[in-house]
Design a protein around this ligand. Structure first.
Ligand code: GCV
Length: 713
């Protein structure tokens, strides 16, 4: 072998080695790296005594071993307290403890110090094996984040029954509005080849309590319902089942025509009813625990019952009746609006669905986005929440960052979701929060659901941006317990993902927690909304005025020489009247509305005096600038971590933050240059005036933006 070949071989081996050992993000928050205080924990954690009965309990045992071996090393002292793992049925030692598990339900868990002073034990138990698996993840999280074991007592049950990811994944493997690569679902290879990473996906979901997944895009055609595809769905369902994850599909309303050979999809036609009943029975033959359907109907070009002069209740009930014998549910989306109608888009879903309240079958939930327009960086909560006493509402959040910087910007979304969840609808008095509407407690509904539009693709680290995994994590944690704070979730995720070194943790947490407000400030501050670039939605387009009015920007910001903002009070579209009187009173005046929603509900003079004493124009400019400065600060914070973060993640986040800064500046400059044409007032001190004239920003185009549906068909 020549010297040169030896060198090449050596380089290749080294490259392979560094690839294999690199911190590529694949393990997400389940890294189980050795703990600094391992010795201390080892005195308190001994062998595991498990009751093992089925696939799920075997997973719990395996996960616990994997976690403990990673965090503490593989040897355990026989003198240290034993871990008793299992249900009272599967583990006699736990049965002997005679614990009261009556408040844990089907999925709750209890992880606690047990035994006597002399014979200490740790018990991880639940009523079901699924609960035990959740308990294991909770225990490992406790250790991974270096929490104390003294007085260990983690008892938790989920607040919401169905906690789902919604994949906007097409069968072609493109993914709508996600930038993390192609779809993780390799349909062509299924069912013959089940990718090993499907297990890792399910495991990650289970670790944060997600218990369902909708595999297909709400805009998908009906192909998924063909037998050839149902076989593939069954293979995924079999893989996910042991992790407690049910599969759901989207149901294209015109399926009876598209794949059934019928001439109509009219929900009241007997042949259509028969077709769906047969189809649903067939699905259950493939997937006995199939969760049900998610449906986008009569929205953005999708077919639906209104095409046959029927209403949404007729459509949803058609599917619900056929699913009911199998315990399946229908999540019928409230995201419906038409451009033919003159009504403010903000008002349409409320008008539509409050009118149908009481007409839905009990296994129908109306799945409603957090706000009435469309996952804008900041929206007031959707007025439908609390307005359908007879119908359970599911909350739909978007984990994918369609309007919040794609997969390029570091934006931790928990604060946005907390804002929606904790918003008070006042429908049944103070404290009727959106969270309590969706968990069913406000109106006593038994079924409850929450959905997050997934930000996952086949990127090696699942979410593309290393920090975007925090949003997947936060969604799951909030779906389980919406009372967790953004800070706590950020703390857990950071420690699990980057380790427990205190200044690293503090720095990353501070970046995460500032990131949401920064993004709102540099993109759509003070209640501005829907001013993004059309089509791909990445970057600004406040000038956009072509095509469907309700898809333009000018429809929403209404800027003119007098001022800016959408008047949704009595003098305008009156969308505000869809909220409770307490809200109308507070939000009805530009003087009393929280300024973060000002331009959402009011058309305000450029010289309107803000709480800060600035004029509106000055405040807009200063807020945009603050957002940009916030990103610069994040860069400084990140750079302070150089050498303390593995190179691979350090470099990727660094590069992305620099791009984010450039984008933030562009957003600010483009919007200010455009709004300045109306405001015609000087830029206040402290604000960098746009570098170029408006034409420069208007003429800038991005090509082939990932996730843009315009690129996919
Ligand atoms: C899946 C917005 C998005 C669409 C999305 C739609 C929806 O309009 O831009 O990509 O379609 O919302 O939620 O149905």
């Amino acid at each position: 072998m020549t010297k040169r070949i030896r060198l090449i071989l050596l380089t290749a081996v080294l490259a392979l080695y560094s690839y294999a050992t690199a911190e590529d993000g694949y393990r997400l928050w389940l890294r189980y790296e050795p703990l600094e205080d391992a010795a201390d924990y080892l005195r308190q954690i001994g062998d595991t005594e498990a009751g093992e009965t089925n696939e799920t309990s075997a997973l719990a045992v395996e996960e616990l071993k994997l976690g403990l071996d990673g965090l503490l090393g593989t040897s355990r002292s026989s003198k240290a307290p034993k871990i008793l793992l299992g249900t009272p049925e599967s583990n006699k030692a736990i049965a002997k403890l005679d614990l009261d598990l009556s408040d844990l339900g089907e999925e709750g868990f209890w992880v606690a110090a047990a035994g006597t002073k002399k014979k200490k034990q740790i018990v991880i138990t639940a009523n079901t094996d699924q609960g035990v698996l959740y308990g294991v993840f909770a225990f490992l999280r406790h250790l991974q984040t270096e929490q104390d074991l003294d007085g260990l007592n983690l008892k938790s049950t989920p607040r919401i029954e169905h906690r789902l990811l919604n994949h906007w994944d097409n069968l072609t493997r493109t993914v709508e509005r996600t930038m993390a690569g192609a779809s993780i679902f390799n349909w062509f290879d299924l069912p013959y080849y089940v990718e090993p990473y499907y297990h890792d996906y399910a495991r990650a979901c289970a670790s944060i309590g997600i218990n369902g997944t909708v595999l297909t895009n709400v805009n998908s055609n009906a192909t998924i319902l063909r037998p050839q595809y149902l076989e593939k769905v069954a293979a995924l369902a079999d893989t996910f089942r042991p992790y407690g994850i049910k599969v759901y599909l989207t149901a294209r309303f015109s399926a009876p025509i598209e794949i059934g050979g019928l001439e109509t999809a009219d929900p009241l036609e007997p042949e259509v009813i028969k077709w769906w009943t047969d189809k649903i029975n067939e699905i259950y033959e493939y997937v006995p625990d199939f969760g049900g359907f998610l449906v986008k109907a009569n929205s953005e070009g999708q077919p639906g019952p209104q095409s046959y002069h029927r209403d949404h209740a007729d459509g949803a009930n058609l599917l619900a009746r056929a699913l009911a014998p199998h315990q399946g549910i229908v999540m019928w989306r409230a995201f419906v609006y038409e451009f033919e109608t003159q009504e403010d888009r903000h008002k349409q879903a409320y008008t539509e669905f409050t009118g149908l309240d009481g007409k839905f079958e009990p296994n129908v939930l109306i799945q409603t986005k957090n706000g009435a327009i469309d996952f804008m960086p900041r929206e007031p909560f959707h007025p439908l929440f609390g307005s359908t006493p007879e119908t359970p509402l599911a909350l739909e959040l978007q984990i994918a960052q369609e309007y919040t910087g794609g997969d390029i910007h570091m934006v931790y979304l928990a604060p946005m979701w907390k804002e929606a969840l904790s918003a008070d609808t006042y429908v049944e008095g103070v404290g009727s929060t959106v969270a309590k509407v969706i968990d069913g407690s406000v109106y006593g509904h038994e079924t409850s659901a929450i959905a997050g539009v997934a930000n996952i693709g086949n990127a090696r680290n699942w979410t593309g941006h290393p920090m975007a995994a925090a949003n997947w994590y936060a969604f799951g944690r909030l779906a389980w317990d919406y009372d967790l704070s953004s800070e706590q979730i950020a703390d857990e995720w950071t420690r699990m993902t980057f380790g427990n070194e205190s200044s690293t943790v503090e720095t990353i947490e501070s970046m995460l927690l500032a990131s949401y407000e920064n993004m709102v400030s540099y993109s759509m501050p003070l209640g501005l909304h829907h001013i993004m670039y059309p089509g791909h939605h990445y970057g600004p387009g406040p000038w956009h005025d072509e095509g469907r009015p309700d898809w333009t920007s000018i429809y929403y910001h209404q800027a003119n020489e007098d001022g800016i903002g959408f008047d949704r009070t009595e003098t305008g579209s009156d969308a505000l009247s869809q909220y409770a009187p307490e809200i109308i009173e507070q939000w009805g005046s530009p003087k009393t509305i929280p300024e973060k929603f000002l331009l959402w509900f009011h058309h305000v003079d450029w010289d309107f005096e803000m709480k800060s004493g600035n004029t509106l124009w000055q405040e807009i400019c200063l807020t945009y600038q603050e957002g940009v400065d916030g990103v610069s600060e994040m860069i400084g914070q990140w750079e302070s971590l150089e050498g303390r973060i593995d190179e691979q993640r350090y470099a990727r986040v660094s590069a992305l933050l620099h791009r984010q800064l450039q984008d933030a500046k562009f957003y600010k400059d483009a919007c200010l240059a455009y709004f300045h044409t109306f405001a015609q007032r000087p830029y206040p001190e402290g604000v960098e005036a746009p570098e170029y004239d408006l034409e420069h920003y208007k003429s800038f185009e991005l090509y082939h933006v990932p996730g843009d549906p315009g690129e996919q068909w």
